[in-house]
Design a protein. Structure first.
Length: 257
């Protein structure tokens, strides 16, 4: 009997030691040293042709959000990430005495079509190609507008002269000095460096952390044949619409990584 209890005791001691070793081992596995850096990768963007062509309803899309009335002149929507970045920029500008207000945000295909065809009728005295060029001074063909993406916004005034003096100049100077820090870039600068496409738009600012990969997707997946469904759409190829206009952005925007 004594030998039985002695053997049992030995087994119990061995098992206890093993359990302690296992617990210690487990603790060592999950222990993280203080100088360890854990990198969490940002989820991959889900970009589709439907999105970049503007053929969707952003009002029911979970990646879009309604802009607070305090930050806009009318009911607007933006990509959620873009709006979050704008709020940070708005707060910083406010501290410096600058008030930023959004005049235009996301526009889908149908909304851009309404703008385009209204101007198409307005300039009906011109031949077809000249009519399109006239509209393209400041307005995009449907399915070619950056406003489809929810990444671009128009700020404070749609007049370049407004930003040349007084309050407007203070706003523009602040944006030039600070907007890039929040991801926003002026994409339609002057054409002194050979930029093609739309005229100068001091009010148009684009959130490049999203807009840049959207443009890359556009260039790899969209052709002139995808640009249709409105008056004058057959002119897209003759106008070199994708190369000259969709890609007619500032050098700084093109070089953004």
């Amino acid at each position: 009997m004594k030998s039985f209890f002695a053997a049992f005791s030995m087994v119990f001691i061995v098992l206890s030691c093993n359990m302690k070793e296992k617990k210690t081992s487990t603790a060592e596995v999950i222990r993280i040293k203080k100088d360890t850096t854990i990198t969490i990768e940002k989820p991959k963007l889900h970009i589709t042709k439907t999105l970049v062509l503007g053929k969707f309803d952003y009002k029911i899309d979970s990646t879009f959000i309604k802009v607070n009335a305090a930050h806009s002149t009318k009911t607007l929507y933006l990509n959620t990430e873009v709006y979050d970045a704008f709020l940070k920029m708005h707060k910083a500008a406010k501290i410096d005495g600058i008030d930023l207000i959004i005049l235009s945000g996301t526009r889908n295909f149908n909304e851009q079509k309404a703008i385009w065809e209204r101007k198409w009728s307005k300039y009906n005295s011109l031949n077809l190609l000249d009519r399109a060029y006239k509209i393209l001074e400041y307005s995009s063909m449907p399915s070619t507008s950056r406003h489809h993406w929810g990444t671009d916004l128009d700020l404070n005034s749609l007049s370049n002269s407004y930003f040349s003096s007084g309050k407007g100049k203070a706003i523009y100077d602040w944006l030039n000095a600070n907007a890039n820090n929040f991801g926003f870039y002026q994409v339609y600068t002057n054409k002194d460096n050979g930029r093609t496409g739309y005229n100068l738009e001091k009010w148009h600012w684009s959130y490049l952390p999203l807009a840049s990969p959207y443009l890359e997707f556009y260039n790899h997946n969209i052709t002139d044949k995808d640009i249709d469904g409105f008056e004058g759409s057959n002119l897209a190829k003759d106008l070199d619409i994708i190369e000259s206009y969709v890609n007619g952005i500032s050098r700084k925007a093109k070089d953004y990584k």
